[in-house]
Design a protein around this ligand. Structure first.
Ligand SMILES: Cc1ncc(C[n+]2csc(CCOP(=O)(O)OP(=O)(O)O)c2C)c(N)n1
Ligand SMILES: CC(=O)[C@@H](O)[C@H](O)COP(=O)(O)O
Ligand SMILES: [Mg+2]
Length: 617
């Protein structure tokens, strides 16, 4: 019988002896590797956090104690150990477990995650609520070294340091982010620190010194320097935290001791833990990027299943490199996602014109605005969902000043298994109301390449949004001309109904028109291309032939493309039926299942057209 078979909750975990915990960790890793090889998911981050997770659930009493994961992609062991082991094989499948902590999924998921750098603020919120309501529980935020580069993390740290609430922030550092020695000495210091002896020594030294010298004096400054060398983590100490570490994060017994001691400490504490991304699975340890977010793979060899087709990301990446070769004003900015956005290729070709700013989307946008203000042509490549972080920066720093920044919003529309925190469901809605901004969506790979060229030549703030994954395999013409801004393209004429589509569902609309043709219904199909400026002329030219309109978009209907069409046609007596995402957060699951469920299919477009023609709801 496996040890894991005996563990269905943290209560069961606590019944194990500490000697059994390393073996349990091994079994949890095997479970994660085997299951994720079939479902895909965030393997490396979760493998690296297994030991820390076991120690956390051994030392704390969730769900009474609140453990808040940052991003949450490292929380697979947490899910397995909190009663979801039997469902783990459904991870990220439609109707199955989410790939991230989710309050509605389990009481052990104290706070939802998916976007980075939120855990410290959320943890502080819990701590303040606890104290105001005179409750008793521990609060722990677990944040990675990458997520700690997010500005929101520092907003949380500084407020937590100010409020001095009892809480713990665990910095899960899996890349030696702070260059300090890890090993027995630091681990020993940490034990002593939390054991109370070393902390007293440090306080005595600091008190004696401060009696004779202000820390502003040369001697005081020297002592502070010594303190940094002796006692790492001054950055956090200066923010009001007690810093502990760095400690080795795979020694479960040691971490349990440290966590147990920390519980006796007052005020905010930051425990710096060093872990290895992909720990326990050689292919992931050797290539943590590849196994950060992985599709199906062969667990025995680590060989991943190659996804077919050329992705929109690759088309964007290749097109940008080609354009940048002829224009040295073009620079590129990513927020810690070079591979995901395809800018890794740009970085290799133009290292001096490439900037990875860390997980800092707001900064990325305003940084790009600064470069544009001095004559450069920045391309800021940020996923649609993560760009939500920088909305004010787009408005206030780019659009209001009419600066020529190009926003490449990859993963626009549904993304599939990452679910509600990651669907790019709202960019049409959050961009549409911004003056000066041009917003476009390519119908295929070739149009993406043309739109990028159009955007860079426009000298205007532009956003182009395109979906995750491969297109329809359309050949990219590298010498294509730029597009006429604000002009749609009529793909087919028809007197019975007009289908207005934008972005990746233009092809779906064309397929629907073929279905309608078999029913002797003539459907016009328009590739709208631009959400802003909007081609009203083409719509009125269609109104002369039919008053039945269907709109199709992979965006929230609320504030989306369909609403623009309805407002143009209001008062004309036209019937407009809109297909897009309803007013809810779309769940996770296979993207084909989701598109089927939300009517983004040729069949549903055709049926909607027939109903419009027959005046049915
Ligand atoms: C606001 C935001 N931007 C970007 C991402 C994409 N993202 C997910 S995990 C990650 C890296 C996180 O690094 P770290 O916190 O060190 O965790 P690790 O994967 O190393 O465990 C990034 C950039 C995100 N989830 N949220
Ligand atoms: C956890 C996280 O936010 C990223 O890893 C994200 O899942 C990447 O998405 P893609 O797989 O679409 O690049
Ligand atoms: Mg990390």
């Amino acid at each position: 019988m496996k040890i894991l078979d005996k563990v269905n909750s943290p209560e069961d975990l606590k019944k194990l002896t500490k000697d059994e915990l390393p073996a349990l960790a091994k079994e949890v890793r095997e479970e994660i590797i085997s299951s994720v090889s079939k479902t895909g998911g965030h393997l490396a981050s979760s493998l690296g956090a297994v030991d820390l997770t076991i120690a956390l659930h051994y030392a704390y009493n969730a769900p009474k104690d609140k453990i808040i994961w940052d991003v949450g992609h490292q929380a697979y062991a947490h899910k397995i150990l909190t009663g979801r082991k039997d469902k783990f094989k459904t991870l990220r499948t439609h109707g199955g477990l989410s790939g991230f902590p989710k309050r509605s999924e389990s009481p052990y998921d104290a706070f939802g995650a998916g976007h980075s750098s939120t855990s410290i603020s959320a943890a502080l919120g819990f701590a303040v609520a606890r104290d105001l309501q005179k409750e008793k529980f521990e609060v722990v935020s677990v944040i990675g070294d990458g997520s700690m580069t997010g500005g929101l993390a520092f907003e949380g740290l500084q407020n937590a340091g100010h409020l001095k609430k009892d809480m713990l922030v665990i910095l899960n550092d899996n890349q030696m982010f702070i260059s300090q020695k890890v090993g027995a000495v630091a681990g020993y210091f940490a034990k002593l620190l939390t054991g109370g002896k070393f902390k007293k020594v440090e306080e005595k030294v600091m008190k004696t010194v401060s009696r004779f010298h202000s820390f502003g004096s040369p001697f005081g400054k020297l002592i502070k320097r010594v303190k940094v060398m002796l006692f790492p983590g001054m950055l956090f100490e200066e923010m009001g935290f007690t810093y502990i570490g760095p400690v080795q994060g795979h020694n479960i017994d040691n971490i349990i001791t440290i966590l147990t001691n920390i519980k006796t400490m007052k005020g905010p504490v930051l425990l710096h833990v060093i872990t290895k991304k992909g720990k326990g699975y050689e292919p992931a340890e050797e290539n943590p990027e590849k196994f950060h977010g992985v599709g199906k793979f062969d667990a025995a060899t680590g060989k991943t299943v190659k996804s077919n087709g050329v992705t929109y990301t690759k088309v964007f990446s290749d097109a940008l490199v080609k354009l940048a070769a002829y224009d040295n004003k073009i620079v590129a900015v990513t927020a810690a996602m070079p591979e995901g956005t395809g800018l890794d290729k740009f970085a290799k070709s133009f290292p001096k014109r490439y900037f990875d700013v860390g997980i800092a989307e707001e900064h990325a946008v305003t940084f790009a605005a600064g470069m544009a203000a001095d004559g450069l042509k920045p391309v800021c490549a940020i996923y649609s969902t993560f760009m939500q972080r920088a909305l004010d920066n787009i408005i206030h720093d780019v659009a209001l000043q009419n600066l020529p920044v190009v926003f490449a919003l990859d993963r626009a529309g549904l993304v599939g298994e990452d679910g509600g925190t990651h669907h790019g469901a709202f960019d049409f809605s959050y961009l549409k109301f911004i003056p000066n901004l041009i917003v476009m969506a390519p119908s295929d790979e070739d149009e993406l390449s043309r739109m990028l060229k159009t955007a860079l030549q426009s000298g205007k703030p532009c956003a182009l949004r395109y979906p995750r994954g491969a297109g329809a395999g359309v050949e990219v013409n590298n010498n294509a001309t730029v597009l006429r801004i604000g002009k749609a393209k009529v793909l087919s004429e028809g007197k019975d109904v007009c289908i207005l589509a934008i972005g990746n569902h233009v092809s779906t609309a064309l397929a629907a028109s073929k279905i309608l043709k078999e029913k002797n219904i003539e459907a016009a199909v328009i590739n709208m291309r631009f959400l802003k400026p909007f081609d009203e002329e083409v719509i009125f030219s269609m109104l002369a032939k039919t008053n039945k309109f269907i709109t199709v978009e992979e965006n929230a209907l609320s504030g989306g493309f369909g609403e623009s069409v309805k407002s143009v046609l209001s008062g004309t007596g036209a019937i407009v039926k809109s297909i897009g995402l309803p007013d809810k957060f779309i769940e996770h699951g296979n993207i084909r299942i989701l598109r089927e469920k939300y009517g983004l299919t040729p069949e549903n477009i055709a049926e909607t057209a027939v109903n419009a023609i027959h005046g049915k709801k």
